[in-house]
Design a protein around this ligand. Structure first.
Ligand SMILES: Nc1nc2c(c(=O)[nH]1)N[C@H]1C(S)=C(S)[C@@H](COP(=O)(O)OP(=O)(O)OC[C@H]3O[C@@H](n4cnc5c(=O)[nH]c(N)nc54)[C@H](O)[C@@H]3O)O[C@H]1N2
Ligand SMILES: Nc1nc2c(c(=O)[nH]1)N[C@H]1C(S)=C(S)[C@@H](COP(=O)(O)OP(=O)(O)OC[C@H]3O[C@@H](n4cnc5c(=O)[nH]c(N)nc54)[C@H](O)[C@@H]3O)O[C@H]1N2
Ligand code: SF4
Ligand SMILES: [Mo]
Length: 744
């Protein structure tokens, strides 16, 4: 039998609409869904890894229990019942001995977590860390603390056609786009940005791309500004200062007067600051003339948008401030939430409190990060996990200040921190360290995925997960048109894999049987439709209705939503009231306005300038079109497009080190860690910068196609370096030296 079913791709986080042709429970064809409001039929080639992964020989088929030491990779198959009973017995014991906060749950960058939150809330742990702090908390919080918590996802208004209450808009309004450290043509986060940028450029939009590497996006731009890594803050401060101090019609004074707070203070700070184009030129490697020209063009071309990247900007510890500067620039020039400007993407209202459950304040205040010195790190700090596991957690704020507790168990749910979080060796250490009595310090590690990656090698229990083709979820798409869609399962569960409902509900029941009364009935749903319906209740739609009607529900796009800003003042906060409140409450001294801060491990930072002589290269990363993190590598379909991650360096730098294409080199950081790479030379990267791709170099024998390919760049990153406010991992702050490896 052949069926055509609409669903939503999750080979990466873009959540594109797709139509699958299913024959005999196999996906035999995938094509874009022309009716999907975000993607209008577009897809990218990563999607083709999905059916291959679903039916892969390497796929985890049954629950597994470790038999040798952690990391050796010896497992025996066991039944779900055994696995869940053994895990439940440990969870109940840990809760009695230490408290529920000793369970640390983390996910990777994948959706369908709703019931994981519910399980964690029922058990009582506040320590649920999604992927955000190794992804984009700097960017989220930079916008959040300027435009309000519910507007942490502003987006360049480039999705066309767009439905508004006045009708459908097809033409592009945007005249100028400043993209800082973002590469939507290759790192596809929302295909409409990829396609919208192309169309808008064709319609005459001026695109300026700030990136040390000449990416595909930069190649499309009128201006490519090859900044030094981590210097974007200097650039944005200089642009901000220029538009305020020079103001040749750049500023929207009416908007500033009625819709912002803190402008006078900001203006005084900028006037008194040294942040001139010449000052920024020294730090960024651009000319003062270029900076002046870009600032003038941004200020005088309207409507315009500025957007900072999740990684190019966000993975530097000063990325929060860079985002704040961009958010301010957009607002004071009158480009916020206007057609063709930076649109405030509304969050479709969902009943997450009902479905996720709510933790009582007493338990919330045991959060390992928020109450351990980082009160504004709203999602927690993943980079800090190894330290927390090794040293325990000391709470510094709230009513439990002074309390210490150990982390006893860890759930890794479709993530791969061993290669995707900073400092892989620290993760290995944290997960394999033994106590004096010979037992592991971290008593329980549970891993849930479709494939047994390098993190899985360190687990005690491996639980087979339903791939996204087999599971149901509610997608909250980031769009100016508030949109939800249903990821419906299109094929049956493979092997013994289970959906989140399929294993978390019986695990909760097993915990109840082992003596934890709070877990009885913790997950009250009997089908995926039930929790999806509860979640979507405020939208007045059900899963069944979405399946019938094409999978997506959207409202009209609306601009000028200034009445809905949920900052403390209700206005755009150039001086952040949220930060002021946190400082008053917690005795912290976070910058509420804007300031300059150089990054660790960079020449601009006084403590590291000298090191730069011996470690002369800044190491950055960037994504490749054909792969998603570590998820797609074990597939023919992606490997035939890109079999290895490139390690790029400037052609003159390479020549000086006697390196040419294909040569092996050692890359070493000041922390004494090193990796081996194969060099690829390029003239698209300035001198002094090398560019890698993360997520590779895995060793797991369960990844038969990708094992041993490439290098793992996160062997070199620093787990003790995170952004002061958001806790975002500072992957992008690292200096290295490079030497040729001569082999006979
Ligand atoms: N140095 C450096 N490190 C980085 C980054 C960087 O730029 N530089 N980027 C960071 C960022 S932004 C992020 S978000 C993290 C990502 O880190 P992770 O979230 O760990 O990302 P992945 O490696 O993509 O996926 C991990 C696992 O998810 C499993 N999986 C389960 N279900 C699905 C599914 O439906 N779809 C997909 N695709 N996989 C599934 C895959 O099998 C895989 O084992 O890495 C971060 N690490
Ligand atoms: N193909 C593909 N698409 C993806 C993903 C994937 O793994 N593969 N992952 C998804 C995820 S999880 C995310 S978070 C997004 C990320 O989307 P992006 O943030 O756009 O992706 P990246 O390629 O990590 O980083 C963008 C650019 O930042 C540049 N850069 C590095 N350091 C600096 C710097 O100091 N300053 C400036 N200005 N630029 C710098 C890099 O050269 C790179 O071109 O992509 C999503 N889409
Ligand atoms: S960008 Fe590609 S991989 Fe990502 S969701 Fe869309 S089609 Fe899937
Ligand atoms: Mo990400």
């Amino acid at each position: 039998m052949t069926e055509e079913l609409r669903t939503v791709c999750y080979m990466c986080s873009s959540e594109c609409g797709m139509i699958t042709r299913v024959e005999g429970d196999r996906v035999v064809e995938i094509r874009g869904d022309p009716e999907h409001p975000m993607t209008h039929g577009a897809l990218c080639p990563k999607v083709f890894a999905a059916p291959e992964l679903a039916d892969a020989k390497d796929r985890i088929q049954t629950p597994l229990r470790r038999v040798g030491d952690r990391g050796e990779g010896d497992f025996e198959p066991i039944s779900w019942e055994e696995a869940l009973n053994e895990i439940a017995a440990k969870l109940v014991a840990h809760k009695e001995e230490v408290g529920p906060e000793s369970l640390l749950v983390q996910f990777g960058e994948k959706p369908d977590h709703d019931l994981v939150y519910r399980f964690a809330a029922a058990y009582g742990t506040p320590n649920v860390l999604d992927h955000d702090s190794i992804c984009d908390t700097n960017r989220r919080e930079g916008f959040m603390y300027t435009y309000g918590p519910s507007h942490f996802r502003p987006l360049p208004d480039l999705n066309r056609p767009i439905h508004t209450s006045e009708g459908v808009r097809t033409a592009h309004d945007m005249r100028y786009l400043l993209l800082v450290g973002e590469n939507p043509l290759e790192a596809t986060r929302f295909l409409y940005l990829r396609d919208g940028i192309r169309d808008a450029v064709r319609a005459g939009m001026h695109l300026t791309v700030v990136d040390p590497f000449e990416t595909a996006t930069a190649r499309l731009a009128k201006d490519w500004l090859a900044v030094k890594p981590g210097s974007d803050l200097a650039l944005m401060l200089a642009i901000l200062r220029f538009v305020v101090v020079e103001d040749r019609g750049y500023l929207d004074h009416d908007f500033i007067a009625h819709r912002t707070v803190g402008f006078d203070e900001l203006s005084a700070r900028l006037h008194a600051s040294p942040w001139t184009p010449e000052w920024a030129a020294e730090r960024t490697g651009l000319t003062a003339e270029t900076i002046r020209r870009v600032a003038h063009q941004f200020g005088s071309t309207k409507p315009a948008a500025a957007m900072v990247g999740m990684n190019g900007v966000g993975h530097h510890t000063n990325g929060f401030l860079t985002t704040r500067a961009a958010a301010m620039l957009v607002a004071i020039t009158g480009n916020l939430d206007v057609p063709g400007g930076l649109a405030l993407a509304p969050q479709p209202e969902l009943d997450t409190a009902a479905v996720h459950g709510v933790l009582p304040p007493d338990r919330r205040e045991k959060h390992k990060d928020n109450f351990a010195g980082y009160p504004l790190a709203c999602r927690g700090i993943k980079a800090k996990d190894p330290t927390d596991i090794l040293e325990g957690v000391t709470l510094t704020h709230g009513r439990h200040a002074g309390t210490r507790y150990p982390i006893r168990s860890l759930f890794v749910i479709h993530g791969n921190p061993l290669v995707n979080a900073p400092a892989s060796s620290r993760w290995r250490e944290a997960l394999t360290k033994r106590r004096e009595d010979g037992e592991y310090l971290l008593d329980l590690v549970v891993f849930n995925d479709t494939q047994l990656n390098d993190t899985g090698l360190l687990a005690d229990y491996v639980l087979p997960m339903a791939s996204f083709l087999e599971r149901q979820g509610v997608c909250r798409i980031y769009l100016n048109e508030p949109t939800i869609s249903l990821r419906r399962p299109v094929i049956g569960l493979r092997g013994q894999s289970r959906t989140p409902l399929g294993w978390l509900k019986p695990l909760a029941e097993a915990c109840a049987r082992h003596g934890d009364p709070e877990m009885a009935g913790a997950i009250p749903y009997d089908s995926d439709d039930e929790w999806c319906d509860a979640l979507m209740a405020p939208q007045g739609v059900t899963a069944a209705k979405l399946r019938e009607s094409g999978g997506t529900q959207r409202g009209p796009a609306r601009f000028y939503k200034y009445d809905s800003l949920d900052t403390p003042s209700g206005k755009v906060e150039l001086r952040s009231g949220i930060i002021d409140q946190a400082n008053a409450e917690f005795g912290t001294d976070y910058e509420p306005l804007i300031d300059y801060a150089p990054n660790k491990w960079s020449r601009e930072h006084a403590d590291f300038a000298e090191l730069a002589e011996r470690f002369p290269f800044q190491l950055i990363t960037g994504r490749i079109y054909a792969h998603t993190g570590s998820a797609t590598q074990n597939t023919e379909s992606a490997l035939k497009q890109k079999p290895e991650p490139p390690f790029l360096m400037n052609v003159d730098d390479a020549r000086r080190l006697d390196l040419s294409d294909g040569d092996r080199a050692q890359v070493e950081n000041p922390l004494g860690r090193s990796i081996e790479v194969v060099v690829k030379t390029t003239d698209r990267l300035p001198k002094g910068v090398v560019r890698a791709t993360h997520g590779w170099g895995q060793k797991s024998r369960f990844l038969s196609k990708s094992r041993g390919r490439g290098y793992n760049v996160n062997e070199l990153t620093d787990d003790t370096n995170w952004a002061p406010i958001s806790g975002n991992a500072g992957f992008g702050d690292m200096m290295v030296r490079i030497s040729r490896i001569n082999r006979p």
